[in-house]
Design a protein around this ligand. Structure first.
Ligand code: ADP
Length: 307
């Protein structure tokens, strides 16, 4: 598909360039030969036997020389613009093709994540239905386990909706003056965390910033068992979420903001590897940066820096 689109785009480029080139060649040819044609006509009508006649063969030869020079120029332009058009169309289409590849990979990851709990739901229900003497307790356990799977799938679909909502679009955000201290307090909910808060007013969207803070705080609690999580806000516009948990290896660190990426040590804990990509999207929409400092088995600090 990429090759087909590239060829098509090259032909469009060629079409445009050659139309312009032929148009100007025609004008140049007309301009250069108009005087010669005039002299030729005058000689034919007025003084056919004059001693000062310009040889008509010379006029014809000059005209054909101009014509062939312009023809050579056009062939040269055709070749150069064909090659450069092919190169340029490749460059133009590259980001689109990369985006499509990314989208394809995303859909395949999302379907894979949804298929696993669906398969387990299906098996449990089928086994339950096959058991003709199913006891009430077993049935309740089965429903409870099914509900857990359904909850997991709801979480995943919420993440997917959020990813879509914040993707390169600030259209869904309502910017106003917000206090970062209030935001992190709301995001912490009933979790036991240590606060070190300074009142910091920035221009931002309250709901999405609460979501960003919630993602960082939930991760800090999840990956540290909830011990010693500290949240700091300070001027000019910084949120810090610190934990003394499992930390992140150097190998994982460059990838933790990629969609569906989960660190080796995170595999045992629930999650889909989407939280930090959503957090980054929200930070990008606020022109903020997220910085991470982490040491394996020592803990991590996530810093959101608003400019
Ligand atoms: P999830 O937590 O669902 O795996 P995230 O996108 O939130 O997905 O995080 C991506 C990865 O970053 C995690 O799998 C984990 O390896 C690492 N990570 C994020 N936050 C922390 C943290 N506070 N401590 C240790 N590792 C973390």
């Amino acid at each position: 598909m990429f090759t087909k689109a590239r060829t098509k785009l090259t032909l469009y480029y060629l079409g445009i360039i050659m139309t312009i080139s032929l148009f100007f060649s025609f004008i140049i040819y007309q301009g250069a030969t108009i005087e010669l044609t005039r002299i030729e006509n005058m000689q034919k009508i007025r003084r056919p036997n004059s001693a000062f006649l310009i040889d008509p063969d010379l006029i014809a030869e000059t005209k054909s020389r101009i014509f062939f020079s312009l023809l050579t120029l056009n062939i040269f332009i055709l070749g150069v613009s064909g090659v450069s058009g092919y190169f340029l169309s490749g460059k133009t289409l590259k980001p689109i093709s990369e985006m499509m590849e990314e989208q394809k990979e995303f859909i395949s990851n999302a379907s894979h994540e949804l298929r696993t709990p669906l398969a387990s739901l299906k098996t449990e229900i089928e086994v339950g239905l096959r058991d003709k003497e199913l006891k009430l307790k077993t049935a309740i356990d089965l429903i409870r386990s099914n509900l857990e799977e359904v909850n997991n799938m709801t979480k995943l679909s919420n993440y997917l909706l959020e990813l879509n909502k914040f993707q390169n679009s600030s259209g869904n955000l309502k910017f106003s003056k917000v206090n970062l201290a209030d935001i992190v307090k709301e995001a912490s909910g009933k979790n036991k965390v240590k606060f070190n808060l300074e009142k910091v007013i920035i221009n931002g969207d309250k709901d999405s910033l609460t979501e960003l803070s919630r993602i960082l705080i939930d991760n800090a609690i999840k990956y540290s068992g909830g011990n010693n999580v500290e949240i700091v806000t300070r001027k000019p516009g910084i949120i810090e979420v610190k934990d003394k948990g499992i930390g992140i290896s150097e190998k994982d660190l460059p990838h933790i903001f990629d969609r569906f990426y989960r660190g080796d040590k995170a595999r045992g804990k629930d999650g889909y590897g989407l939280g930090l990509s959503i957090a980054k999207q929200i930070a990008d929409l606020h022109s903020a940066r997220i910085k991470v400092e982490s040491k394996l088995s020592k803990g991590s600090t996530f810093k959101v820096i608003f400019s």
